[in-house]
Structure formats: C-alpha cells, structure tokens
Design a protein around this ligand. Structure first.
Ligand SMILES: [Mn+2]
Length: 329
C-alpha cells in the first residue's frame, strides 16, 4: 500500500498509526514527494490520517515503480533529460580499450546527435579468459573523454565494493543484464543517489524487472531508466530476442522511462538499425548503441558494434521515425 503524504503536513500521528498496525513500512522521499510504502496491505487498509494526500492499493508486486500513483518520471543525467519528448541516444564502444579511440568515437557520435557516451570499464564476460575491461584505467579514460567532448557518461558497475568508485566517475550507473537481480548491488546503486540504467536480465519477466527497480526506489532513488536488451527464447538465429512486446507492456505499468539496447539482441551489425527504428516507433525514450572506430579489431562484441559511418546513417533514419511519432532526437 502506498501513502502519498501532503507537502509540509505533520506526519507523526500517521507514522504512529502505521507502527501500531504492526505492518512493515518504509518512508521515502522521491523528488520531493513523500511516500510511505507499507505491507502487507491488510494491516494498513483501515488507516486514515489528515496528512495523507493519496492512498493507493497497488495490485502488482512492484509498488513505487507502479504507474498507479505517478504518471511519468523524467530522469536528468547531468542536464540530459530522459523520458521527455527528445529521444536520448547513448553511443560508444562496448568496452573502453584506449584513450585515443574513445575520444575519437565520442567526438564522432556527438557530432551526429548522440547525447551521452557509453563504454564499459568493468566488463561482465561469459568466460573469465576473455577481455575483462580496463577497470579504473577505463574510468579515467571515460572521465577524460567527458572533459574533452562534454557528453555525460554511462558505464557499468559490477560489484557492490566499486559503487562509490564508479559513481565518482560516471553520470549514470549501468546495472547489466547479468546483475539485474543482484539485490545487494541494486540497493547500493539506490543509496548512491546516481541515475541508474537498469538492464533487464535475459531470463526475467517484466514484473521481475520492475521489482528490481523497486529495490532502487526503496532507497529513495527514482532516477531509474529501464533498459530492454533482449531475452532468451527458443530462437537461436539471433543472439537474443528483443522483446518489444515486453517494453511496450512495461510502459503501461511504470512511470519510469524506458531505453532499448538493440546491439546485444542483434549480435550482428546489420540488424542493429531495424531494431533501433522499431524501438523508437514503439515508444522507447532512449537508445544504447555500440559504436567502435574499428569494430573488426574490437576486444569484445566485435560482430555487433557499428562503425561511425553506420551510426551516422542510423541517426539520420532515426530522426525520420522520431518525427513520425511526435518526438525529436
Ligand atoms: Mn557489449
């Protein structure tokens, strides 16, 4: 049960009532809106108080992430608004490999309309024998690229022990698909107060994905962008199956903005463009695209990273689709 409290109202009596009910509860301040989430519902159903502006019985396992109490959240990442009319494109290499190539790619993607730079410093790899990322050195390179080019940085954090470190370099923390149900990590990025890009695990239902967002929200952090990146199905011809259905459904269930990563489900560069176009047509608020200055030589995901030229062509086509659905890019 959600209790949205009136601004400036004295809530002491209300909190007393919640305590008396023996329900579990948490008080959070989400962008200045004071909310108490209490559970189970049956303990608090009868509670009424002067300080309550709205009481919402949410029928889904996720409460704060639900659209029942808030229509829309716009996430501000160092001046870039995600969830407004403008579609935000974050582009850059799968992994940070060296300074000059990151700066070259950052410059190129900015020139053709990307608003954020993506790049992995800590890489979650299926095999421990493949390139694991440059770690702190990669973060330093991203920071230099930001200073030189001015695009906000989104990069992945893999470990609770590194959240403070990565947050000191990044503008947005990415939780990768493989960590999408790492609840300790979700709580830590929630506490960091940084914007979070929460990818959907390839095994997760939409409800489970939104329940992961709930862990971050419960720490008082509503700067969350959900990211669909493909799920595992019986289809093996492509790397993953981009779940546009799930993305569209999620938009009906949550106030949080939604991003799509068309690069990882595609697994090959010729599929990235049509998947990106479909995502914008279906209402995605943000795209995450892998771009490399020399994809053939890339140390990870070499097959799916676009060249700068391909990315430029993609941005031109995206503009047409964005315009057709009443958005800009
Ligand atoms: Mn990748």
């Amino acid at each position: 049960m959600l209790f949205i409290l009136k601004d400036n109202a004295d809530t002491s009596q209300f909190i007393e009532k919640i305590k008396m009910s023996s329900a579990s509860y948490k008080y959070v301040d989400l962008d200045g809106r004071r909310v108490v989430v209490a559970w189970p519902d049956k303990y608090v159903e009868g509670i009424a108080d002067e300080s309550i502006a709205m009481k919402v019985k949410v029928q889904t396992p996720f409460q704060l992430a639900s659209k029942t109490w808030r229509d829309k959240t716009v996430v501000n990442v160092d001046g870039v608004e995600i969830g407004s009319r403008k579609v935000v494109v974050a582009a850059g290499p799968c992994a940070v490999e060296d300074e000059s190539s990151v700066i070259e790619v950052a410059k190129a993607v900015k020139r053709v309309g990307a608003s954020m730079l993506r790049g992995g410093a800590f890489k979650p790899r299926t095999s421990p024998y493949t390139f694991q990322g440059l770690g702190i050195k990669g973060l330093e390179i991203l920071k230099k690229a930001k200073e030189a080019i001015g695009l906000p940085i989104v990069t992945e954090v893999l470990d609770t022990r590194n959240v403070t470190l990565v947050a000191s370099y990044a503008d947005m923390l990415q939780i990768g698909a493989r960590n999408a149900q790492n609840f300790a990590l979700l709580k830590e990025v929630g506490k960091s107060g940084k914007a979070v890009l929460l990818k959907r695990g390839m095994w997760m239902t939409v409800d489970e994905w939104l329940s992961s967002a709930e862990y971050i929200l419960l720490e008082g952090n509503s700067k969350i962008v959900l990211c669909e990146r493909g799920i595992r199905t019986f289809e093996r011809a492509t790397r993953f199956t981009l779940d546009i259905t799930g993305m569209v459904y999620a938009k009906t269930q949550t106030h949080l903005p939604i991003a799509v990563d068309p690069s990882h489900p595609a697994g090959r560069r010729d599929l990235v463009e049509p998947l990106a176009l479909a995502s914008i047509a279906a209402g995605a608020d943000m795209l995450l695209i892998e771009v490399h200055n020399n994809p053939e030589k890339a140390l990870s995901d070499s097959e799916q990273q676009l060249t700068v030229k391909e990315f430029e062509k993609l941005m031109e086509r995206l503009k047409l689709i964005a315009e057709a659905v009443g958005r800009t890019i």
